[in-house]
Design a protein around this ligand. Structure first.
Ligand SMILES: Cc1ncc(COP(=O)(O)O)c(C=O)c1O
Length: 460
């Protein structure tokens, strides 16, 4: 299928100042009636009306290229026609069925087991709980606890796993946690392989001479009787960190963590909620290193085009808990499951992971060129269509430039490109576009981004 047909052909097309009058009105109503806790629409003040493929239109008729993709949800694009067809067929038949078997559930669970990474393929089980990513993380940790009869979790600096108490406890962002403590006990954080800011000060060398001190650190935590960390129920890690700033560790990293997990009999939970389902050029990001998790969490793209759905896939031998140990009213949302199944079929039919990989390389090449001529861009990284551009005040000191990143985001949306920020210091512009992004849209989006960066440099 030519992906061109999925998106608005003329994006970006800006016909009013952004926000336009209708967006302003909608934002005012939102502010009056919805809690102050809303955040995205404060950073990007737009009210959206329609989405197609990798483009999105606001209420004033402005058409944006969407490099944010609903925070990595819309892998097959806004309103993907194949998925819509499956949704329409299902919604007139049966929409809700608790955990009774339904056709969409049977299709989806069989498909997930058939595409699961490495040794999990055809040797795993799927379970559902609440519909969000946070719910899947909670459920995976719960099952690891049940299997090990331990309580702690080893998580990683820069991690984001969600907002419910457990998922928040495993996330590293202090601003999310500081007013809500205590969360769960015995959660410890180890440094992640953030090579641009190596936690062990090795960021001047090439990743090839890296001796993986970050992995050695984890080994030492488990091995040293005085590390202060009792052997945990699980090690929970993102194969590529998303909210932490699109941090791509060396492939060896996850493979080495797997060895440490085996050495100390700690179940390895890989959170593929953001990086999974084709985004990084493989169906699951852990496949780049040939790593098989013990448990894997999925959400975001799993509901196809934004239907809330999350799941855990675990190796068969972990499926030890009795019926009813983990339940949830919405774990039988048949429309979401039909959407998810159709989305995975679409990905396979159109080799979407390969497309993401090829297009991602093209985007990274252009970003590298932009970095060369830029004072602000300290690092460009990514895999497939999970990309980060880290803004710094000074390329030698690497002092973060959050304000510059924020201004670039503003300049981008005012010209018709939606990007978001992340990273330890909120200084990383992140690209998470729908994977049906075309070369043409990618190039036009990058033109807007490059103009925005140059304008920001001129005005600093
Ligand atoms: C890696 C990862 N895990 C978990 C979550 C939490 O998912 P949700 O917001 O659906 O609860 C996110 C959300 O961004 C995520 O990126």
């Amino acid at each position: 299928m030519p992906f061109e047909e999925l998106s608005y052909p003329d994006a970006p097309k800006i016909v009013t100042a952004v926000p336009g009058p209708k967006s302003r009105e909608a934002l005012a109503i939102q502010q009056r009636f919805e809690s102050n806790v809303v955040s995205y629409s404060k950073a990007i003040p737009v009210a959206f009306e329609e989405g197609r493929g990798a483009t999105i239109k606001d209420m004033d008729g402005n058409v944006f290229i969407d490099f944010f993709g609903g925070a990595g949800v819309l892998n097959v694009g806004h309103c993907n026609p194949d998925v819509l067809e499956a949704v329409r067929a299902q919604e007139t038949k049966l929409t809700h069925a608790l955990d009774f078997p339904t056709r969409p559930k049977l299709d989806l669970i069989q498909k997930l087991v058939a595409i699961a990474p490495g040794g999990m393929r055809d040797h795993s089980k799927v379970f559902f709980g609440g519909p969000t990513g946070s719910d899947a993380v909670e459920a995976a940790v719960k099952l690891a606890k049940f299997n090990t009869k331990r309580i702690g979790v080893l998580a990683f600096e820069g991690a984001y796993h969600g907002m419910t108490s457990g998922a928040l406890a495993f996330s590293s962002g202090k601003k999310f946690k500081e007013n809500f403590l205590p969360l769960l006990p015995e959660v410890h954080f180890a440094p992640y392989a953030y090579c641009y800011r190596c936690p062990f000060g090795k960021d001047d060398g090439s990743p090839d001479d890296c001796c993986m001190q970050c992995v050695e650190h984890v080994r030492r935590i488990f091995e040293d009787p005085h590390s202060g960390v009792v052997t945990p129920a699980a090690m929970l890690v993102e194969a590529i960190q998303g909210e932490g700033g699109s941090i791509v560790p060396p492939d060896r990293y996850l493979a080495e963590l797997r060895k440490v997990a085996d050495e100390f009999a700690v179940p390895l939970i890989v959170d593929e909620i953001q990086a999974g389902l084709g985004r990084t050029g493989k169906m699951f990001a852990c496949e780049h290193s040939g790593t098989t998790p013990d448990l894997m969490t999925l959400s975001k793209g799993l509901g196809g085009i934004g239907y809330p759905l999350s799941a855990c896939v675990c190796r068969e031998e972990y499926d030890t808990w009795p019926p009813g140990s983990h339940i949830g009213t919405f774990r039988g949302q048949a429309v979401a499951m039909a959407a998810g199944f159709a989305a995975i079929n679409f990905m396979e039919k159109h080799q979407l992971p390969d497309h993401a990989m090829t297009l991602g390389k093209r985007i990274l090449k252009r970003l590298e060129e932009l970095k060369e001529g830029s004072r602000y861009i300290g690092d460009v990284r990514g895999r497939g269509l999970m990309i980060g551009i880290e803004f710094v005040r000074d390329k030698t000191t690497k002092k973060p430039a959050e304000d510059a990143a924020r201004e670039v985001r503003r300049r981008c949306y005012s010209k018709g490109l939606i990007v978001e920020l992340g990273g330890h210091y909120n200084n990383v512009v992140r690209f998470l576009p729908p994977l049906v992004l075309t070369e043409g849209l990618a190039d036009r989006g990058l033109d807007v981004f490059a103009d925005s960066v140059r304008e920001q440099e001129r005005n600093r």
